[in-house]
Write a protein that binds this ligand. Structure first.
Ligand SMILES: Nc1nc2c(ncn2[C@@H]2O[C@H](COP(=O)(O)OP(=O)(O)O)[C@@H](O)[C@H]2O)c(=O)[nH]1
Ligand SMILES: [Mg+2]
Length: 169
């Protein structure tokens, strides 16, 4: 199981998603600090909303296997800059929550996530559980562990640790 790190603005639906992934019904819980249970790391939205706290996010992210930017489908703007995943040494995915909102603009949020460098994008309704299975399937298997020597080979090819080395190299 890949350990998932959730970052995003307050009210984006991170805590609800963490609850749904644990098999619970979503119930409101104000996120006061970073919660790290075995499978997800849930962070307060305030971390994503200020420059100084953003550094804290970067540090916590190294405890995870995959980083997710969570944006609700009805958010009016994104706090995540284009290509902001470039400082992370982890795969970055995008999660669009509240796809059931009457104000949802999925195409716009998807474009923000692509611009930020998300490799895959998942669409989720925490209330009904729509889309959760796809995310669970993605998280199910661990990334293969590589040795330091293998990591160096990746680096020499300009590849990230989790990229598959192309056959013709
Ligand atoms: N309609 C709808 N509401 C959601 C969804 N996900 C979360 N919410 C609601 O949005 C509010 C904020 O959710 P929460 O998980 O606490 O957001 P967080 O601040 O990112 O942790 C709560 O009232 C949730 O019930 C969703 O997929 N659809
Ligand atoms: Mg929360």
């Amino acid at each position: 199981m890949k350990k998932l790190f959730l970052m995003g603005r307050s009210e984006a639906g991170k805590t609800s998603l963490a609850q749904v992934l644990r098999g619970e019904r979503p119930h409101y819980h104000k996120t006061q600090y970073t919660y790290a249970n075995s499978d997800t790391i849930d962070t307060p939205g305030e971390y994503s909303e200020s420059n100084q706290l953003g550094v804290g996010l970067a540090c916590f992210s190294f405890e995870a296997d995959v980083i997710a930017i969570v944006i609700a489908a009805d958010e009016p703007f994104s706090v995540f800059a284009p290509n902001c995943g470039s400082f992370l040494n982890r795969p970055l995915i995008g999660i669009i929550t509240k796809i059931d909102s009457p104000y949802a603009n999925i195409a716009m949020v998807r474009q923000w996530l692509i611009n930020s460098g998300c490799e895959q994008i998942f669409l989720i309704n925490n209330m009904t559980g729509d889309g959760v299975e796809e995310l669970k399937n993605y998280l199910k298997s661990d990334f293969p562990r590589i040795s330091l020597d293998e990591a160096k080979v990746h680096q020499r090819q300009g590849l990230r640790d989790w990229d598959i080395i192309p056959k013709n190299l």
